[in-house]
Design a protein around this ligand. Structure first.
Ligand SMILES: Nc1ncnc2c1ncn2[C@@H]1O[C@H](COP(=O)(O)OP(=O)(O)OP(=O)(O)O)[C@@H](O)[C@H]1O
Length: 763
């Protein structure tokens, strides 16, 4: 049967027919895959402590259509080969080698193309914080999971955590993926000169951790940042839902053949998570070999030259005689055998207790910054005011390499700042967006410096990350994470993209609102974006919204300063807050206004201004508000949404959008309220989908159902609760799995949102 297979040879190096087992050295290949090189089972056994008598190795290879499975043993000169048992187990397609749709994250500057021509050799499979699991206890693939405690160097406080939470597998992480849970960090010692695939399994099971940004941590592999913002709730979709992530790293050859492979998890305090914590539930490490027998990437010299191909033989064609393979099948060694760890493993655990951020932020911030400064690669002097410790400074040569010398074919857009190129850094392994300041641009040095200072200090799941900048030779270039799904606008109108489903639109709006909320109240100073629009909300490969383009940003009022008075009104046509325009008084409520326009763009899939329309309809801000107030929303809602959307959800959404567009800033909600309101709209949609026949179910499409509701965007919490309660009695199910709004404690996100409103620095 074609497809990926586990191949597990078993070895019991005892005395067989007077053969001196210590003289057995051989190569083992499976079809085109080179599995073992000049291998000695007795040496392997003697290297293991505590001593064992037998062991198995595990490989992953792929069988192609119509291919016979052939195992070839090739002994060294004057030697012999043997094997005691072979296990071949099929596995689901695209499970460990996941193809281009789910590429692993490349750590560091090295690139390794992982596909079905690569043989994976299991090095470790750890049930972090749990017990050994023998092959029969696995999810049907007969994998062995080892407990990590035996590799512990010792660090107090890292007690395993066992949760009673029910694990909810998903299509992305099906039940066969893995088991168990816990918190941890480790390092291990492995063969140098190889690429390794690390699969990290996560499952958030602490009941108090429910929402995105509750726990955000950095993953360092070999002292390089593998992931800046690991957020298990975001990656998996919720508490109790497992997820795994793959990383490929090269362990370079140094003076020693064994090198440490470090894995460290560290809370990311810059994202201001609720808990200064990091978790890891399971860990698999595979050594990668290419099918041509070369060691992945580096091709170090094998101890003995491999045998010529014609001397190979297969299981089917056992040949005897000098230099042919000798097969001693003594019988399958059954039962549970601990996975062999051919090289020593040292695990070092960081202990992260569940502490509030406030208590530990200083030291964490320090360690994060230290690491970031290590990755910066400054080569020449730096203009004094730009940060060098928080983001990387690129040379012009590096930027030119990344963009093929600013090739027009790499252009992905242009804005007030200049031209934006797609580029690749780190030997082509990381895609980036490179903004090059156009010297004729109205924006200039000031915005350039603002953007660097602003973004390098801010990290949030819903903000586009600044990777670095280049200021060589008078150039002003910014390098960002590349957002592969482009701008939000590209998914709404004048587009070939298929229309976004309603829930996806809501999630995007919620994400963008959270990004803005963070700018307004999560950072040290209030930051006013001033350029909120649908082209400044970008989408990553998972359609996660990220707010971008801080070139126009301003630091807003703080408790000690006055509201900012601006001399030049900035912003884009159709989005500018009329109050700001009139009074030139800048507050964060101007962003709220612009975001209201974005919300109507999302709802109606049309641009903010269409000059050719009758005057009443030309401005989306005015027209959207009017239609909401008149109860004629159905005239303007994107026709693609009809029949899919619960009227209550649309109404709630339009109510928030309208409130954002209030003429007076003081009457507009703040972004925290907007986040809550949008989450409520999502909740209404989800509930309506569960109860399609209820009054607010999806089937109701008539005009009167799209009318203004009593506002639940009240300024005081009691009002909001009473509004929510009246809904819950008539509309919401009491299904324990769904959130019922009759219980204020369970109201989605409300506690988090309100704690932020009351004390923006309280998290
Ligand atoms: N990080 C990114 N990833 C992918 N594409 C990007 C990224 N940043 C910008 N772009 C693309 O480049 C275009 C121009 O972006 P830019 O931020 O310079 O201008 P803008 O926001 O459209 O206009 P303005 O600067 O006048 O406000 C965007 O519309 C988008 O298509």
């Amino acid at each position: 049967m074609p497809g990926p297979k586990f191949v597990r040879p078993y070895f019991y190096p005892a005395v067989y027919s007077n053969l001196d087992i210590s003289k057995s050295y051989f190569w083992l290949s499976a079809n085109n895959y080179n599995l073992l090189n000049n291998f000695s089972a007795s040496l392997t056994v003697s290297a293991i402590t505590p001593p064992i008598k037998y062991f198995t190795k595990e490989f992953i290879i792929t069988l192609w259509d119509n291919q016979k499975f052939e195992l070839t043993f090739s002994p060294s000169p004057s030697s012999f080969a043997f094997i005691n048992g072979i296990e071949i187990v099929s596995m689901p397609d695209s499970f460990y080698v996941r193809g281009n749709d789910n590429p692993p994250t490349y750590v560091g500057s090295d690139f390794f193309y992982l596909d079905n021509t690569t043989a994976l050799e299991t090095v470790y499979r750890l049930n972090v914080g749990g017990q050994d699991i023998n092959s029969l206890g696995d999810t049907g693939m007969y994998r062995t999971w080892n407990q990590d405690s035996r590799y512990l160097l010792g660090s107090p406080g890292n007690t395993p955590y066992l949760s009673g939470v029910k694990i909810k597998y998903t299509a992305k992480t099906p039940a066969y993926s893995a088991l168990v849970m816990v918190y941890r960090t480790m390092r291990s010692m492995v063969d140098a000169g190889f690429h390794y695939l690390l699969r990290l399994h996560f499952c958030e099971t602490r009941l108090e951790v429910q929402y995105e940004n509750d726990k955000v941590f950095l993953i360092y592999i070999n002292n390089q940042t593998a992931q800046y913002d690991a957020d298990v709730i975001h990656m998996s979709g919720g508490n109790g839902i497992p997820v795994y992530k793959d990383y490929i790293v090269l362990v370079p050859q140094g003076s020693q053949s064994k090198q440490d492979l470090w894995l460290a998890l560290h809370p990311n305090m810059e994202s201001k998570p609720r808990y200064a914590d990091a978790i890891l539930n399971g860990l698999e490490i595979f050594k990668l070999n290419t099918t041509d027998g070369n060691l992945a990437g580096l091709n170090p010299e094998p101890a003995v030259a491999p045998p010529p191909a014609e001397q190979n033989s297969s299981l089917q064609e056992r040949r005897t005689g000098k230099r042919s393979s000798i097969l001693h099948v003594i019988g399958i060694v059954g039962g549970s055998i601990g996975a062999v760890i051919a090289c020593s493993l040292i695990v070092y655990f960081f202990a992260f207790k569940q502490e509030r951020v406030k208590d530990s932020s200083k030291s964490e911030e320090k360690s994060t910054r230290t690491l970031l400064s290590e990755t910066s690669r400054s080569t020449t002097t730096i203009s004094s005011s730009l940060p060098t410790d928080l983001c990387r400074r690129f040379t012009l040569v590096e930027v030119k390499e990344a963009t093929r010398n600013f090739d027009d074919q790499n252009i992905i857009g242009s804005g007030g700042f200049g031209t934006v190129y797609k580029g690749y850094i780190e030997y082509g392994s990381i895609a980036v967006a490179i903004k090059r300041l156009d010297s004729s641009s109205k924006q200039g040095t000031r915005e350039f410096q603002t953007e660097i200072k602003m973004l390098s200090n801010l990290r949030h799941l819903h903000l586009v990350s600044l990777i670095g900048y280049c200021d060589d030779h008078g150039e002003m270039i910014l390098v960002y994470d590349y957002m592969s799904r482009g701008t939000l606008r590209e998914h709404l109108y004048k587009t070939k993209s298929s229309p976004l489903p309603w829930k996806q639109r809501l999630e995007i709006c919620i994400g963008a609102a959270k990004g803005l909320h963070y700018l307004h109240s999560g950072a040290k100073h209030t930051i006013i974006h001033r350029g909120v629009k649908s082209t400044n909300i970008l989408l990553d490969e998972n359609l996660v919204a990220k707010v971008s383009d801080f070139g126009l940003s301003k630091l807003g009022p703080t408790s000690t300063s006055q509201t900012h008075v601006s001399t030049v009104v900035r912003g884009s046509f159709g989005y500018v807050d009329p109050e700001y325009y009139r009074r030139q008084h800048l507050t964060e409520k101007s962003d709220v206004y612009s975001f209201g326009v974005v919300l109507f763009e999302v709802l109606c899939a049309r641009p903010p201004v269409i000059a050719s329309l009758p005057e009443e309809q030309a401005s989306l801000a005015d027209w959207g508000r009017k239609c909401y107030q008149r109860g004629t929303l159905d005239q303007i809602v994107d026709p693609h949404l009809k029949g899919e959307v619960a009227p209550v959800s649309i109404n709630k959404f339009a109510e928030i959008a309208s409130s954002c567009l209030h003429g007076q800033g003081i009457e507009r909600p703040n972004m925290g309220d907007v986040v809550w309101g949008l989450e409520f709209a999502l909740q209404l949609q989800q509930t309506a989908e569960k109860n399609p026949n209820s009054e607010d179910g999806i089937s109701i499409k008539n005009k009167s159902s799209l009318s203004p509701h009593r506002s639940v965007m009240a300024s005081d919490e009691d009002d909001m609760l009473s509004g929510a309660e009246s809904h819950s009695r008539s509309t919401f199910s009491t299904d324990a799995a769904s959130v019922t709004l009759s219980d204020p404690v369970q109201r989605p996100r409300s506690e988090g949102v309100f704690s932020e409103i009351i004390d923006p620095k309280g998290r």
